[in-house]
Write a protein that binds this ligand. Structure first.
Ligand code: LMR
Length: 397
């Protein structure tokens, strides 16, 4: 069976994590995988998560199966978090959430439910997260790349994006990023989101909003604008949600697929298909991460602690952006990197080529994804000088 099986190259992001971990050079700067890091390079367990976990260990009486839609209370809590407690989307019953194994699991379910409903394809603005295309293609969807970010101008090419989505129709889906675009950090403004909604309303395509960094742009409420506004104004929207970054639950594989439909009956029907797809794949999601999120969001004290820590993480990454841009200026790079302070979340794209990235890794022990995506969490006061000097060597070559 497997005599002709060839060895695949390592994953673009996870393969880099492995390489970086094995690199013993003292000057190493790891700007790879999208994981929050403190100045010491640690990714601590969030306080609220720790407390919730301890409480759960005391309460847990069984390891029997959890419901197919996830840990008890998880779905309702996520819907309230995403749409707001008093929102029409929640009170009307036209939204559903199903817990998934991480944001990846949610994307796979979204892709499969779109394929099941005869979607002609899904369009995604370029560049997008390296795993979007593999995930959605594996779910049976044709993925079409359309313009989004102009790497030369280090800015969104909104006109080109709008011109492309004006060609989509009711059989198409459009992949959008919730706050904190991966890999560029360049988010649509609220006014631009409104324009995208106008086009979606006119053309009838279905938005799929992939949200992996909720709370890392401005705050949980402002970051939800794209979701709240799209689901308020459009009849059908899919959302994939990851709790990896904002709850720091990476390895617990905790996420959700959310559908906002026309009415409760339609939402229930779509939910039944999502559960049916999951049953034919992994049966049901792992309970632990969902139970932690539910425990936190059902406790006002833990919720406050979690919100405060998330806001502090957001601020720390924002400060790293400033640190890098200021250091780049001091290193003689002028305003070449100043766009970085205007962007959101963990990532920005540096104006590098794949060859530059290879040289930075091999000669300078600096780890960068693809053709220039950096995780700003890896920048700190002790390595920023070395980082900008190395970058200026490459950029001024
Ligand atoms: C990333 O973009 O680095 C993260 O979302 C981790 C991953 O799975 O790729």
């Amino acid at each position: 069976m497997f005599v002709k099986t060839d060895l695949l190259p390592p994953d673009a992001i996870l393969g880099l994590t492995k390489l970086a971990a094995a690199d013993q050079r003292a000057e190493k700067v790891d700007l790879g995988v999208g994981v929050y890091k403190t100045v010491d390079g640690a990714t601590p367990i969030m306080r609220a998560v720790d407390l919730a976990e301890q409480a759960l260990i005391k309460q847990e009486k069984t390891k029997a199966y959890t419901p197919a839609d996830g840990a008890p209370g998880f779905g309702e809590a996520i819907l309230e978090l995403v749409f707001g407690a008093d929102s029409e989307q929640v009170s009307s019953g036209r939204t559903i959430a199903v817990q998934s194994p991480g944001g990846c699991g949610a994307l796979r379910l979204a892709g499969e439910v779109l394929t099941r409903n005869d979607a002609a394809g899904i369009s995604a603005g370029a560049p997008t997260w390296a795993n979007h295309k593999p995930l959605l293609t594996a779910a049976g969807l044709e993925v079409h790349m359309i313009p989004y970010y102009d790497t030369k101008a280090s800015a969104i090419d909104f006109d080109a994006f709008i011109a492309s989505i004006k060609k989509l129709g009711p059989a198409d889906a459009l992949l959008l990023h919730g706050a904190c675009h991966n890999p560029t950090g360049a988010d649509l403004s609220h006014a631009q989101i409104d324009t995208v909604i106008d086009v979606a309303a006119e053309r009838g395509f279905l938005p799929l909003i992939d949200t992996a960094y909720h709370g890392f742009a401005t705050d949980l409420e402002t970051d939800a604008y794209i979701i709240r506004e799209m689901t308020r104004r459009l009849p059908e929207v899919l959302i994939t949600y990851s709790c990896s970054k904002n709850f720091g639950l990476y390895r617990e594989r905790t996420g959700a697929i959310i559908f906002a439909g026309r009415n409760p009956d339609q939402a229930a029907a779509v939910k039944s298909h999502i559960i049916n797809i999951a049953r034919a794949s992994y049966s049901m999601p792992p309970a632990h991460g969902g139970a932690i999120v539910s425990e936190i969001l059902h406790s006002p004290e833990l919720t406050q602690s979690w919100r405060d820590e998330l806001a502090a993480m957001n601020l720390a990454v924002r400060n790293n952006r400033k640190l890098l841009v200021d250091a780049a200026r001091e290193a003689g790079l002028g305003n070449q990197l100043s766009y970085i302070t205007e962007q959101n979340g963990m990532f920005s794209l540096l104006p590098l080529t794949l060859d530059d990235v290879k040289v930075l890794r091999e000669e300078f022990a600096i780890y960068i994804v693809g053709a220039g995506r950096i995780n700003l969490c890896g920048v700190n006061a002790s390595n920023v000088g070395y980082l900008v000097q190395s970058l200026s060597t490459i950029l001024n070559r």
